[in-house]
Design a protein around this ligand. Structure first.
Ligand code: 5GP
Length: 116
């Protein structure tokens, strides 16, 4: 699959589309989901052109990968979620019902999220 330069998250990275950016690092950004499924629903995406998790791990540098997961951890700390907990999800491809073809992790928290 070829990366689609016109996907919504590419436009958010290029600041062609507005989003409520919460945190940014050298290689990743975090912003609020437009249709939140929990009191805290943040999307974390790498700035590089990666479609999904396996694509990212296969092609990105270790620095990009570390930076990405560190940003998620910074969010966990900022929102004091270490004790209350949270859910991290990354939908991939057809069977995962991935809607936007740019890698993203959903960080959901702020209430008991129920069973998957
Ligand atoms: P997926 O189903 O691909 O895992 O999740 C895509 C997510 O992106 C959905 O939760 C959806 O609400 C969110 N989303 C779609 N379009 C936009 C947008 O333009 N801005 C923001 N902030 N989130 C979006």
């Amino acid at each position: 699959m070829i990366y689609d330069d016109n996907n919504i998250f590419a436009k958010i990275i290029n600041k062609k589309l507005f989003s409520e950016i919460i945190m940014e690092s050298e290689h990743a950004i975090a912003f609020n989901d437009i249709a939140p499924k929990a009191p805290i629903h943040i999307l974390i995406i790498p700035k590089g052109k990666y479609i999904k998790y396996d694509d990212f791990l296969n092609k990105a540098s270790k620095k990009e990968v570390y930076d990405f997961f560190l940003l998620i951890n910074r969010l966990v700390k900022t929102y004091n979620l270490e004790d209350t907990g949270y859910r991290l999800i990354s939908n991939a491809g057809n069977d995962g019902n991935q809607e936007v073809p740019h890698l993203h992790f959903h960080l959901l928290a702020g209430q008991n999220l129920g069973k998957m």
